[in-house]
Design a protein around this ligand. Sequence first.
Ligand code: ADP
Ligand code: MG
Length: 320
Amino acid sequence: MTASTATTPDIDCVDLVRIFRTKDVEVQALQGLTLRVNSGEMVAVVGASGSGKSTLLNVLSGLDRPSAGRAMVAGHDMLDMGRAERVRFQRSSVGFVWQQTSRNLLPFLTAAENIAAVLAIARGPKGDARAKRVDELLDLLEVGDVRDRMTAEMSGGQQQRVAIAVAIANDPSMLLADEPTGELDEATSEQVLAAMRRINEERGLTTLIVTHDATVAAQVRRTVQIRDGRTSTEVVRSTRIDDFGDEHAIAEEFAVLDRVGRMQLPATFTESLGLRDRVRLTLETDHVSVRPGIGESPEQNEGTDRVDAPAAPIPNGDPS
Ligand code: ADP
Ligand code: MG
């Protein structure tokens, strides 16, 4: 494949908007979010509580319909999808893992029966082939030892790993997870993430995790920060081998510029220079400068203090 070959991303959201209206209040949960996840990628969307993460995942999983914008998932248009297509999409194109284990597993079935049940519903393999597939999935997630236990008889980490097995049983092209480690302690959540990373690497399963937990971000190559319903910054992790053959982990943070040229300045930048309401933008030869507008912060209008909004990495690197 040449570099110019265009690949269709598995997730492609452009200017996604979701407005909730209740009586006289209007909540803009997503305010023009842009997100692209390529096939085989593993991405974490990180943001504070209320930033719109679950809203995004509900849209991507076809449980909720966006108010405006574009959302394509595994080749399906989420704004224009009939009921039959939606059912097919949810049964075979995507797998889900939710924060509440009770939403992932049927409590009166064992781990093995939970997996067998989704294979049965999707009219997957039958008889011996089904039993073999169940064992394969239990082995893959390293939960073979709890195959005959009910949900309540498993630890939180085991439940979430069985939930992943259930989610990928029908061989979806994508795994979507909403706070999959939200109810787990640190060590257990690392195990669950490691399992997701392994499946992503071994099977090339496109994986999107939304979480408020910044430690999850450190374990995923690409992290997208969501603020006020919009993707604001993106951290890309890579390793570099130096001249002495030593490996260094690099985390570069980028601001996300959308199609119409909007971006979010980090709060630390706007606060330190008193930037608000109106700012002065100047095009310099190789960057754009942002300064307080006249009357906003008089003492800072001398032209000495400014935030440079570079096209390239934000200078202070890793946010953690
Ligand atoms: P997160 O998952 O990042 O915590 P959510 O996507 O759940 O955030 O919520 C984003 C915003 O949208 C919040 O202000 C929340 O109160 C609001 N919201 C979410 N779902 C609904 C709904 N069904 N009706 C009204 N407001 C909602
Ligand atoms: Mg949420």
